[in-house]
Design a protein around this ligand. Structure first.
Ligand code: UDP
Length: 363
């Protein structure tokens, strides 16, 4: 096992997902954040879902920026490996807890970032009630903490709140086209409810809030295994194993994929800028591709001989998804920098490294 994946602390040995690709990514985010992320240094930030994909990148940036980070995660889909390199740091605390249940903190919290939720469509089938709870009861608990401490609040919402959008590219003003009783409703309706919680707490309790509508994001630390796998890591995993690449439907449905470092930079800009108070902003990449094109790209970039196979399209799978990011450009001074091919190369490289290092159960 490669040394970079083993971490020894508190007398225990942990596996960890921290290597040069992640380190460079974190440095890149911090460099690109040429604005003052002054809310971080010396401030206490609670990150719910902090052991997950975006949550752990968020914790890394905050820890490097000298914030005191309280990472709350129940580890049902988040992974201890994502944060094990942080466990021994003085400015990092891990609390294993389901944010859908009340939790109280005595020390002053300056900022709450609510990122907790399962997000894979396969999980919508297996754990719909947990997903509903993370974005309704969970956000109620998280907002309660923010209210008690007078903390700033950032909510990780999603492009799913637009359902199958009738406007492409989709601006924040689109009210959405969502099926409240469909198989995705546990996620998209819960996220819509979450947004409603946020704006209501803002109005009624004067909280400083920000809502990020995150469009399909991929990259290092996104799980490839089992029901957690979203399309990018699934296709990479299938291609690396020379297994069939499973395109759902005829593959003409589209998504616009944002690389993780761009996404996290966008989140921090939204979190930091004073002018962004109260705003709801799409954060994603405008490069729209058909899923069949994605399968072909992954196959080419992995030099795989996997065949591409087609199966039934899941019900309510959105036809097209592409963000209008003019608001993010205008108010955050942000636009993504990493193109799909470059991001896929990095993700493939990292997944190959992890596969060599981590035990089989991870894949
Ligand atoms: N998809 C696919 N094959 C897979 C997994 C997903 O063709 O093995 C498709 C899925 O039907 C959707 C797109 O890829 O059209 C993106 O799926 P993902 O699970 O990443 O999340 P979504 O964007 O639907 O929330």
């Amino acid at each position: 096992m490669q040394k970079q994946f083993i971490y020894q602390g508190n007398g225990q040995v942990f596996l960890m997902v921290m290597n040069e690709i992640v380190k460079q990514g974190i440095e890149e985010i911090r460099r690109n954040l040429d604005l003052d992320i002054g809310f971080a240094e010396g401030k206490t930030v609670l990150v719910s879902g902090g052991a997950g994909f975006l949550g752990s990148w968020t914790c890394d940036v905050l820890v490097e920026s000298k914030a005191k980070v309280i990472c709350v995660d129940n580890l049902v889909s988040g992974r201890r490996e994502n944060i094990s390199h942080l466990i021994d740091k003085e400015n990092f605390e891990f609390v294993q807890h389901d944010i859908a249940n009340p939790i109280f903190f005595d020390e002053k919290i300056d900022f709450v970032m609510h990122l907790a939720s399962r997000a894979s469509p396969f999980e919508f089938k297996e754990y719909p009630i947990q997903i509903l709870k993370a974005n309704t009861l969970g956000i109620w608990v998280a907002l309660g903490i923010a209210k008690k401490h007078g903390a700033r609040f950032l909510y990780a919402s999603t492009s799913e709140i637009y359902g199958n959008p009738s406007i492409i590219p989709t601006p924040e003003t689109h009210a959405g086209n969502v099926n409240p009783i469909g198989p995705r409703s546990c996620y998209d309706e819960a996220k819509r409810c979450g947004e409603s919680y946020v704006i209501t707490y803002r109005i009624q309790h004067n909280l400083d809030t920000r809502i990020a509508r995150i469009f399909n994001t991929y990259g290092t630390r996104m799980r490839a295994d089992d029901i957690y796998g979203r399309v990018v890591p699934r296709f990479i995993e299938q291609a690396l194993k020379e297994q069939p690449i499973t395109v759902f439907g005829d593959g003409t449905q589209t998504r616009s994929f944002c690389y993780v470092t761009d996404q996290v930079e966008g989140l921090f800009r939204l979190a930091s800028l004073e002018d962004a108070e109260g705003e709801v902003v799409n954060i994603g990449n405008e490069e729209e591709v058909r899923i069949i094109e994605l399968a072909e790209m992954v196959k080419k970039l992995t030099n795989s001989s996997s065949e591409i196979v087609f199966s039934e399209l899941p019900k309510d799978d959105p036809r097209r998804r592409k963000p209008d990011i003019s608001k993010a450009k205008r108010i955050l001074g942000w636009a993504p920098k990493v193109g799909l091919e470059e991001g896929l190369r990095k993700t493939i490289e990292n997944l190959s490294l992890e596969k060599k290092a981590l035990p089989k159960k991870h894949f």
